[in-house]
Each structure stands twice: as C-alpha cells, then as structure tokens.
Write a protein that binds this ligand. Structure first.
Ligand code: HEM
Ligand SMILES: *[C@@H]1O[C@H](CO)[C@@H](O)[C@H](O)[C@H]1NC(C)=O
Ligand SMILES: *[C@@H]1O[C@H](CO)[C@@H](O)[C@H](O)[C@H]1NC(C)=O
Length: 350
C-alpha cells in the first residue's frame, strides 16, 4: 500500500470516528446549552476504559451491591434496567431521572410514566455511596445507571456487553420532556416507532429493547384498558389469548386494584431470556405495546419478533447492539455537566 493510500485510509478512519461520536450529540436538548454543540469542537467520546486508571474497580463495586440487592428482591434488577431507558429518552443519558424535586428542579419522577412506577433509587444511592468511598468524585451518576443496567441484565441471565463510559451528570431535569418522550403502554405500533425514531432508534431497536420486558412487573393500571375497554367499546382486546385474559382479569378488576402487579413475562419473571417473544406470538404479551409488535401489521417488526422467539442468541446479539446505542444518546462529555456527589441533587445550588 502506498503512503498516500495509507493516509487516505487514515482519513476515512478519523472521519468515521468523528461521525460516530457526533451521533452521540443528537438530539441535543440540554437547556441552556447551544443548539449546535458539535460546534464546540471535538470532545473525548465515551470509552469502555474510561475509568481504567481512575476507578478500575468501579464495575466490581456495582456488581457486588447489585448481588445483595437482587438477592433481597429479584425484581430490583428489572427496575434498574428500566431506569436507563427512562434516563436516556429524556434529554439523553445524563442521570436527569435521578434528581429529586427542589426549587430549581421539577423532578422527572413526577412525570406520568414515572409516578408510582419507577423505582430503584435507593439501590442507586447505595452503589453511588460505595463508588464515592472507593473513588471520590469520579464515577458519574449517569454511568452508575448504565453500569447498574448492564449488571442487572447479566445477573438475570441476559447478555454482557462492553459498556462505553464517561457520561457526565446534568444540572437539570425536564419533567415535561419525560411526559412527551416516554411512550405510554397503550401506544399503537405506529406511535411506538415514532417515539423510538425521535431518539435515533429504529424498528430493530424497538423490538430488541422491548425484550427488556422479559423481566419485571407492571401495574394493573398499565394494562387495564386491554381487559375492559380496548377500543372504547367496553370490550377486551380480542388479540388477548383467552386463558391469559381470565388470569389477568383475576389480578386486575374492572374497578380498583390499579396498583396490583403482574409479571411482564409470566413464563419466567426474573429470568432474562427470549420467552417474552414466545408469549407475544401466543397472544400472551402483557402490555398493548408488547402485543402490537406481533399484531400491529408491520411485517418487518413481526418477523423480528418471530426470529427472537426462535433464536435467543439472535435476540441477545441485537439486544446488545441496541442497548449500547440507546446508552449513547446525547451524553454530556468533557467538562459539560458535572460529577454529582449525591445522585438526587446537583452539587452546588446557587
Ligand atoms: C417500547 C416502549 C415501552 C413501553 C410503552 C414501556 C412501558 C412500560 C410500562 C407501562 C411498564 C410497567 C410500569 C408500571 O406499571 O408501573 C414497564 C416496565 C418495565 N419496562 Fe418498559 N416500556 C417500553 C420499553 C422499555 C425499554 C426500552 C426498556 C429497557 C431498555 C424497558 C424496561 C422495562 C422494565 C425492565 C420494566 C419492569 C420494571 C419493574 O419491574 O420495576 N421498557 N414498561
Ligand atoms: C391511552 O390511555 C390514555 C390514558 O388513559 C387515554 O387518554 C388515551 O386515549 C389512550 N390511547 C389509546 C390509543 O387508546
Ligand atoms: C441464531 O442466531 C445466531 C446469532 O445471530 C446465528 O449465529 C445462528 O446461526 C442462528 N441460529 C439459527 C438456528 O438460525
């Protein structure tokens, strides 16, 4: 290879590096920040080795706290995985979801999709305290969420992935954006595709990431419409398999019982596997947003559901790609944001 063609290859590699990091800046929604953060010039991107010299034991610490927390309550793994989703879909993966209400902050915890639903904050606090003790002022809350999500997946029997790190923490939360960007459980397939599209995520990402519902629980209020009034006609969702319908109706009565819970994947509630897709194909998906992946008349999406139901390795492979992609949404990098000491509040309230 001549030196000019080597230089050319080098230019392509450099260009593709900046292309892939610039994807991380899209879409930019940070309040008070430039609408064109790319103009601030190249910044160091995320890297799996970000804490190699500053906190090499970070993941070990996270996993040891997780093991205790999951032994105490297996569902907590699901709750922590969901935190990453609800963080990343609202102004990027910046730990905005962890901020409590204060004079300056309208907490995302009070947004409709989160209220009385999102959980796991005490475990995040515990992990963060252990990280602060070992490596003071080093590991961000945003990375703590991402590490907890990966650890929870692995400890539930799911795939491992090499996790890019180096996200920093926001100084703001955005409750209204949480209401706008987080999809409701009764969304149509068309709208689900749009919600994901807004985050730069495609149909494969939608189907693969929905597989997170292989673990965890949902409240009656999240699926009640399907049992009693699916199309505002006082009738159930006809795509519900009959025995499954009766089982759900016994947990979730027509009136009351809104906070009763049911597993999202009743075949293997605490195990991260592909049974979620097998159930969907049988008309036994819990949420409308789960079932429409199969019944929503999108051949590409239905084909993915069927492939994952038949091939768990394929599901794991796609899941890893998609959750890395989701985790790279609009991170704060370089000297943007801060490393919060306490994940529930910003460091210096002026
Ligand atoms: C496709 C659109 C999605 C919708 C409409 C949706 C909606 C929901 C709803 C309504 C619940 C139950 C909440 C409750 O009743 O309190 C839930 C639980 C859960 N979601 Fe999703 N979700 C979606 C995608 C995702 C994604 C992308 C992830 C993770 C990457 C995820 C992870 C989870 C987990 C693990 C739970 C169980 C949480 C627990 O047991 O505490 N979901 N989701
Ligand atoms: C979804 O539920 C909300 C709240 O109950 C309701 O206002 C909305 O009309 C429902 N959407 C569909 C498509 O049924
Ligand atoms: C299942 O998916 C894996 C991963 O993509 C692939 O290597 C394998 O060939 C697939 N197995 C079958 C039976 O199609």
């Amino acid at each position: 290879m001549g030196s000019s063609s080597k230089r050319c290859l080098g230019a392509i590699l450099v260009a593709s590096f900046y292309f892939s990091t610039s994807l991380a800046f899209f879409p930019a929604h940070h309040e008070g920040e430039s609408a064109h953060p790319v103009e601030h010039g190249p910044k160091p991107g995320l890297s799996p080795h970000f804490y190699r010299s500053t906190c090499p034991q970070a993941d070990e610490i996270v996993v040891s706290v997780l093991k205790k927390a999951i032994a105490k309550e297996p569902r907590i793994a699901a709750s922590l995985l969901r935190l990453l989703f609800h963080d990343c879909f609202v102004q990027g993966c910046d730990a905005s979801v962890l901020l409590d209400d204060s004079k300056a902050v309208a907490s995302e915890k009070n947004a409709l999709p989160n209220k009385k639903s999102i959980r796991g904050f005490e475990v995040i606090d515990e992990i963060k305290a252990a990280l602060e003790e070992a490596c003071p002022h080093t590991v961000s809350c945003a990375d703590t969420i991402a590490l907890a999500a990966r650890g929870s997946t692995v400890l539930s029997g799911g795939p491992y992935w090499e996790l890019p790190l180096g996200r920093r923490d926001s100084k703001t939360a955005y409750m209204k954006l949480a209401n706008k960007n987080l999809p409701p459980p009764n969304a149509t397939l068309h709208r689900l595709v749009k919600f994901f599209g807004r985050q730069g995520l495609d149909k494969t990402d939608l189907v693969a990431l929905s597989g997170s519902h292989t673990i965890g629980m949902a409240r009656c209020v999240s699926f009640k419409q399907r049992l009693y009034n699916q199309h505002r006609d006082n009738k159930p969702d006809m795509t519900l398999e009959k025995r499954f319908y009766h089982k759900l109706a016994s947990i979730c009565p027509r009136t009351g019982g809104d906070n009763n819970i049911s597993p999202l994947d009743f075949a293997s509630p605490p195990k991260f596997d592909n049974s979620y897709y097998k159930l969907i194909v049988e008309g036994r998906g819990l949420l409308n947003s789960d079932q429409v992946l199969w019944t929503g008349k999108d051949p590409e999406i239905a084909h993915l559901v069927k492939s994952y139901a038949e091939n768990e390795s394929l599901f794991f492979e796609h899941y890893v790609n998609s959750i890395i992609k989701m985790g790279n949404t609009n991170p704060l990098l370089g000297s943007d944001g801060e490393i919060r000491m306490n994940c529930r509040r910003v460091n210096h309230v002026r």
